[in-house]
Structure formats: structure tokens, C-alpha cells
Write a protein that binds this ligand. Structure first.
Ligand SMILES: Cc1cc2nc3c(=O)[nH]c(=O)nc-3n(C[C@H](O)[C@H](O)[C@H](O)COP(=O)(O)OP(=O)(O)OC[C@H]3O[C@@H](n4cnc5c(N)ncnc54)[C@H](O)[C@@H]3O)c2cc1C
Length: 383
């Protein structure tokens, strides 16, 4: 264990010093500009060997451990460097393709995902299947060496920018709900795919409804076995929860540090400010204590687990408390886009506050995480 930790310390030093030499981009708030900057940044990070660190070499990864990946994520955040744009590919669907994919899928699809040449989206939720994901209705029917897909997905982040979609489809309508689902990797340029952006309350048009009208998907794009997509989908969702918690913890800590420094610079040290910062600080300390356990599990080689649901709940609370406190400090001006009270970075705080409301919905809502904890960790009867 000591050798592993020494190795990680050396690795951290190396990442830190290489990062200090790099030109870290400023990230614009406007969505299209932000997307372009972060896509170029992803290529830079890939060239540095810092993406897919725990992935197989065949996939373009480094064959190291999730702990090494965590070191890079932490160092990027601490250096005030942004994360790459393709996080759905990197943190959500990519690890499942690396684990369950064929040699062809790993070799052909994953290096382009890592470098940001291909952006991926996650086509799971449907208008009538969100929390109850196993009720999904999008159909795929076998026709020779292809599947023909028809149906609708919704809330699909980045679908309008994506080259590929990890799509859950029903391939056996006669089977029990969970047993008739397959996991397809769909080229978004296929005829019959239409992505329509939906505006979020931040003003960003970042997610979409996506329509599939008799879309032909080659059989070799099936991930895992036909009708065995449910367990891979659970792997995808577990990976998403674990990665988001570890990354967002450091991002929130840095956001608080920067906010405190900025408030000090502007002379804001009245009781109200101190109380707000105190509340945010406590929420982040709770998150920090929780994630130390998660890091210990990760270091011991554990995979996704129902424990990730506890992390997600604690993260939701910390993130929403932090940004609500910051937004509150802006007072009545907080709802006025473009206004910078006393030079504070108000637009960023308002944006982050509004986006934080989504944290208790995406990747499985807070209520669903509580159900998982009740049933799978505490052994309570199903509701
Ligand atoms: C910013 C954002 C990005 C997203 N990106 C993606 C994406 O890229 N791909 C994708 O597939 N999906 C994505 N989603 C969708 C997300 O996964 C779903 O919104 C989520 O799973 C909830 O489903 P729903 O919206 O259909 O709500 P519903 O399932 O209709 O739930 C409505 C409410 O009822 C509660 N509820 C439902 N069932 C139960 C129950 N059994 N017990 C207790 N309470 C219950 C829920 O907690 C919720 O409060 C995204 C969502 C957001 C907000």
C-alpha cells in the first residue's frame, strides 16, 4: 500500500509541474464558445496522457488505476483548469464500453472518444421512463445484420453536438421489463436521428429530445449480449455517480475558496456573509469526510456500489447549499443577468446556483438514491 501511495505522490508531482507549464484556457459562459474551448482542451489533455488513465491501452488509455485518474482530476481543479467537454463519454459511458465492449468497439470508438474527436451522449431517459428506466419503450428490431430503432429519448445532454449515442432499447417486448433491454452504440449521423435542444433554466441549450425513426444500426454496435443491456446500464449509472462525486467535491471546494477570496477583496465581511460562508463550509466538510471513505474504497479496488448513492445525496446537498449561499449573497441583483455588483463574478455564481438544482435529478433523482439506500444498504422492504 505504501508503495502505491508513494507512486501516487510522485505521479501527482509530475502532473502538477507539467500543468504549471501549460496554457490553461479561460472558459466563457456562453455555451457554444464554452463547448469549442473545452473540446480543444480535451485534445490537449489527451495528448498529455491524462484521459482514460484507468482504461485499457487498446482503448487509448494508460492502463493505470482510478486513483491516478483522480489525481489528475484534482490537480486540474486545483490549478483552476477546466474539465474536458466530453464528460459523458469519459465518466459515464466510456468505462462501460471499455469493460463490456468487443475488441473492435474498444479500438475503433474509444480513442476518438478520449481525444474529444467524438462527443458521446447517453440515450437512457424517455418521456415515460426516467426513474423507472426499465419501462423504456424505444424499440429495436433485428433485420439481418442490423437493428432497426424507433422511439424517443429526452433530457439527452449534448445530443445535438454528439457523434455517438449509448442507447438503451427494448429488443424483447415479451420478456420481463429488465430482461428485454439491449445497449446499442449508435452513430448520430445515421439517417432518421433528430436531436432538438431544450432550454434549461440557466439559459443553456445543453440537453435535447432525440427522435429515432427507423434508424439502422449494425449488429457489431451491440454492447454486450442482446437482451442483457440492463446490467451494463447499471454499471454506467454507478460509474457516473462515483466519478461525479469525486470531481465535484474538489470543484466545490475551489469554488468556495475563490468566492471567499473575492468577497474579502471587496470588503464583504459582515455577519450575513460570514454566516453564509460558514453554512457552505460545513456542507463541504461533510462531503469531504464522506468522499475520504469513497477514495479508500477505490484505493482498495472496489467497483461501483450502492454506497455511491450515499455519496450522490451528500454531494447534492453540499453543491446546492454552496451555490445557494453564494447566490443569496448577491441579494436582489442575483436575478439580473449581466449585473456585476461591486465587480463580483455574479453571472457565474447565478449560473452555478441554477445548474446545481439539477444535481438532485440527473444520474438518478435524490428520492431514487434514498430508495436504493433503503433497499440495498439497509435491507428494508421494497415500497
Ligand atoms: C441536467 C440534466 C441532464 C440530464 N442528462 C441526461 C442524459 O444525458 N441522458 C439521460 O438519459 N437522461 C438525462 N437526464 C435525465 C435524468 O436521468 C432524469 O430526469 C431522472 O432520471 C428523473 O427522471 P424523470 O425526469 O423522468 O422524472 P420522474 O421519474 O418522472 O420523477 C419525477 C419525480 O418523482 C420522483 N419519483 C419517481 N419515482 C419514484 C419512486 N419510486 N420513489 C420515490 N420518488 C419517485 C422522482 O424522484 C422525481 O422527484 C438529465 C437530467 C437533467 C436534469
Amino acid at each position: 500500500m505504501t508503495a502505491v501511495l508513494d507512486d501516487l505522490d510522485t505521479y501527482r508531482e509530475e502532473v502538477r509541474s507539467r500543468l504549471a507549464e501549460m496554457d490553461v484556457p479561460d472558459v466563457p459562459l456562453e455555451l457554444d464558445a464554452r463547448f469549442a474551448v473545452l473540446r480543444r482542451w480535451q485534445q490537449v489533455l489527451f495528448d498529455a496522457g491524462w484521459l482514460g488513465i484507468a482504461w485499457s491501452r487498446e482503448a487509448g488509455g494508460q492502463g493505470l488505476t482510478p486513483m491516478h485518474q483522480l489525481v489528475v482530476v484534482e490537480e486540474l481543479v486545483r490549478a483552476r483548469a477546466p474539465q474536458p467537454i466530453g464528460l459523458i463519454g469519459l465518466d459515464v459511458v466510456g468505462p462501460s464500453i471499455d469493460l463490456y465492449g468487443t475488441a473492435w468497439q474498444r479500438r475503433e470508438l474509444l480513442p476518438r472518444l478520449l481525444s474529444g474527436q467524438d462527443i458521446w451522449c447517453q440515450g437512457f431517459s424517455e418521456p415515460d421512463a426516467g426513474s423507472d428506466l426499465a419501462s423504456l419503450q424505444t424499440r429495436a428490431v433485428r433485420a439481418g445484420d442490423e437493428f432497426v430503432v424507433s422511439g424517443q429519448k429526452v433530457w439527452t445532454s449534448w445530443a445535438h453536438e454528439a457523434q455517438w449515442c449509448a442507447l438503451l432499447v427494448r429488443t424483447d417486448p415479451e420478456a420481463a421489463k429488465h430482461a428485454g433491454i439491449s445497449y446499442l452504440l449508435v452513430d448520430m449521423a445515421s439517417p432518421g436521428v433528430t436531436a432538438r435542444p431544450i432550454e434549461q433554466m440557466t439559459g443553456d441549450r445543453e440537453f435535447c429530445e432525440v427522435f429515432f425513426d427507423e434508424v439502422r444500426v449494425p449488429r457489431r454496435n451491440l454492447l454486450g449480449e442482446e437482451n442483457a443491456g440492463w446490467s451494463i446500464a447499471m454499471h454506467t449509472l454507478g460509474t457516473e455517480r462515483a466519478a461525479a462525486t469525486l470531481r465535484r467535491r474538489v470543484e466545490c471546494e475551489v469554488a468556495l475558496e475563490d468566492a471567499v477570496a473575492e468577497l474579502r477583496r471587496h470588503g464583504a465581511d459582515d455577519d450575513r456573509t460570514r454566516a453564509a460562508i460558514g453554512r457552505a463550509h460545513i456542507a463541504l466538510r461533510v462531503l469531504g469526510a464522506r468522499t475520504r471513505r469513497t477514495v479508500a474504497r477505490l484505493a482498495a479496488g472496489a467497483g461501483a456500489s450502492p454506497e455511491d448513492s450515499v455519496d450522490k445525496l451528500v454531494l447534492n446537498d453540499a453543491e446546492q447549499t454552496l451555490f445557494a449561499q453564494l447566490a443569496d449573497l448577491l441579494g436582489p441583483l442575483r436575478a439580473t443577468p449581466g449585473v456585476r455588483p461591486r465587480g463580483l463574478r455574479s453571472e457565474r455564481w447565478v449560473h452555478d446556483h441554477l445548474f446545481s438544482r439539477a444535481a438532485s435529478i440527473y444520474g438518478g433523482s435524490a428520492q431514487i438514491q434514498r430508495n436504493i439506500i433503503a433497499e440495498r444498504l439497509l435491507g428494508l422492504p421494497r415500497g
